[in-house]
Design a binder for this molecule. Structure first.
Ligand SMILES: Cc1cc2nc3c(=O)[nH]c(=O)nc-3n(C[C@H](O)[C@H](O)[C@H](O)COP(=O)(O)OP(=O)(O)OC[C@H]3O[C@@H](n4cnc5c(N)ncnc54)[C@H](O)[C@@H]3O)c2cc1C
Ligand SMILES: NC(=O)c1ccc[n+]([C@@H]2O[C@H](COP(=O)([O-])OP(=O)(O)OC[C@H]3O[C@@H](n4cnc5c(N)ncnc54)[C@H](O)[C@@H]3O)[C@@H](O)[C@H]2O)c1
Length: 466
């Protein structure tokens, strides 16, 4: 039996940060990891997907400026792109992250963790040996999610790609069919299209990105179509079959049509990795998200916490790391008999997210529609980002749009969206305005440098009437 103050199950970005926070607060911590230290984000999600997209975007960026356009005489070197992607995942070797744990004084136990009792976790190692671990203070679940594969006849038997294969493949499929038009589906559709695949996106909805401002889905779809991606809306899948072992895969749609590809990527959302975590020990449902309060403590169990994707609050690395800071500090505070100094309040109406497609979609907070649904008296102003000097310098014929959602009663921004090439880093200015509840009358004194794309803030404020 090993005993430490805090046992963290799952060493993704969330688990690592919870443990780091606990140790910084004077506690001892052990992380339990079944696969690679660094988690999904480092090896099969954020890092490899952005590494695949970046060269595609860099080439387009050069082609969008007269002068450099003429200097681009070739196509992407696919082998070099894939090699660069592999270097970003450290060739699937987690020794760098293990060294970070060592340096931070955090213990590591490799194996599958499972709750077996109050503050007790059994860890089944790669060789089947079971190690019993006890936490003096708290157990933190940070096991993340896995790809959801819908219950469509023939789909599993067709051995589809999930996000794991889509981010790690060393082969460019001739034809790629993408089932699901969310963030994973659209980012990977554009990456593989850029690397040479023929791509069809099957969207069961009527327009892309229905939870974003309408112009976001419209601008992304316009670009995808110009890239030669075939986007099918209202595409309900009836069944799937693969021809032989490794042959083409055919998707039969309910309208009787078929789509055939060499690979089928299922990008239909995520499932919490809680199916075999021992949740029944504390009366929770295996397979479901773990319900937590704003200190990330599991409802009704004072020694158990959950943070990151596994709690279902906001499935993003930066929100998981934010929750990790709150959770780790809360565990430390309570171990001293104190209450947490702060809680997680930015997981719902203040969440920033960037979809790294071309154009990028960077948004924070509420859309106009979401704010209105909450009963806020809002006014939304939109502006053509291409009309801003900084954007027109950035790319010839720059195409983009920005909007700001204002709570009229409080005079503050509750949401903002920027769509266009290289808008990702514009987002944090909006996040600061939303989280800081900066009054519009103060924002007019936040002067953006000339000529930057941030000048769109001036235009939005002018359009609002300031
Ligand atoms: C293709 C793709 C691209 C993405 N891109 C972005 C992006 O650009 N930006 C962004 O913010 N988010 C992105 N995300 C989301 C991001 O990957 C997740 O929000 C993030 O990984 C969540 O971190 P986590 O630590 O909570 O979980 P994970 O990263 O999933 O880590 C959980 C860890 O727990 C381990 N584990 C699970 N069960 C057990 C067990 N029983 N015992 C021991 N260990 C266990 C797993 O092996 C894993 O290492 C992307 C997701 C995908 C799929
Ligand atoms: N850049 C980023 O920040 C980034 C990138 C990738 C993923 N992520 C995170 O990862 C999470 C998962 O991404 P995702 O794209 O898998 O999920 P998602 O929820 O964004 O999109 C899922 C898509 O699949 C469709 N779908 C769901 N069930 C279906 C079914 N049975 N048949 C057909 N279509 C179906 C949905 O309509 C939707 O279009 C997201 O919540 C996101 O936050 C973030």
């Amino acid at each position: 039996m090993q005993t430490v103050d805090v046992v963290v199950v799952g060493a993704g970005p969330t688990g690592e940060n919870v443990a780091g926070r606990a140790v910084a607060g004077g506690l001892t911590a052990l992380v339990v990891e079944a696969e690679l230290v660094g988690g999904e984000c480092s090896y099969w999600a954020c890092m490899p997907s952005k590494a695949l997209l970046r060269p595609v975007h860099a080439l387009r960026a050069a082609r969008r400026v007269a002068g450099t356009r003429e200097a681009v005489t070739g196509e992407l070197d696919v082998a070099a792109v894939l090699a660069r992607r592999d270097s970003f995942v450290s060739q699937m070797d987690d020794s760098g992250q293990v060294a970070w744990l060592d340096g931070a004084g955090i213990g590591l136990l490799r194996g599958h963790g499972r709750l077996v009792g109050e503050r007790r976790v059994d860890v089944t190692g790669p060789d089947g040996t079971v190690v019993e671990v006890e936490a003096r203070v708290a157990v933190v679940l940070a096991t993340g999610t896995t790809a959801a594969v819908p219950d469509v006849p023939g789909l599993r038997d067709a051995r589809p790609w999930t996000s794991r294969e889509a981010t790690s493949s060393s082969r460019v499929p001739g034809r790629l069919v993408v089932l699901g038009a969310g963030v994973v589906g659209l980012e990977m559709a554009q990456a593989w299209r850029g690397l040479g695949s023929e791509v069809v996106v099957l969207d069961r909805g009527e327009r892309l990105l229905p939870r974003q401002e309408r112009f976001a889905g419209e601008l992304v779809e316009q670009q995808l179509l110009e890239d030669g991606v075939d986007v099918r809306h209202g595409a309900a899948v009836a069944r799937v079959e693969r021809d032989g072992d490794g042959g083409p895969v055919t998707v039969h749609l309910e309208d009787g049509s078929t789509v055939t590809g060499d690979e089928l990527l299922v990008a239909a959302g995520r499932r919490p990795a809680t199916g075999d975590l021992g949740l029944e020990v504390v009366g929770l449902e295996p397979g479901a998200s773990v319900p937590v309060d704003d200190s990330l403590r599991v409802t009704g169990v004072d020694w158990l916490y959950a943070a990151g994707d596994v709690d279902g609050r906001a499935l993003l690395t930066h929100q998981g790391k934010y929750q990790a800071r709150v959770c780790g500090d809360a565990v430390v505070a309570r171990s001293r008999g104190e209450e947490p100094a702060y809680l997680a309040e930015a997981d719902e109406a203040m969440v920033p997210q960037v979809m790294f497609t071309d154009p990028e979609v960077a948004s924070v907070g509420l859309t106009g529609a979401q704010a209105a649904e909450r009963g806020l008296r809002v006014r939304t102003v939109e502006h053509d980002l291409g009309a801003v000097a900084g954007a027109s310098l950035h790319a010839d014929g720059y195409r983009g749009r920005a909007c700001m959602v204002v709570d009229e009663d409080r005079g503050v921004v509750v949401g903002a969206t920027f769509v266009g090439q290289d808008v990702a880093d514009l987002l944090h200015s909006a996040t600061v305005a939303v989280v800081g509840e900066v009054p519009l009358r103060r924002l007019r004194h936040a002067v953006p440098s000339y000529p930057t794309m941030s000048e769109v803030w001036l235009r939005l404020l002018e359009d609002y009437g300031l």
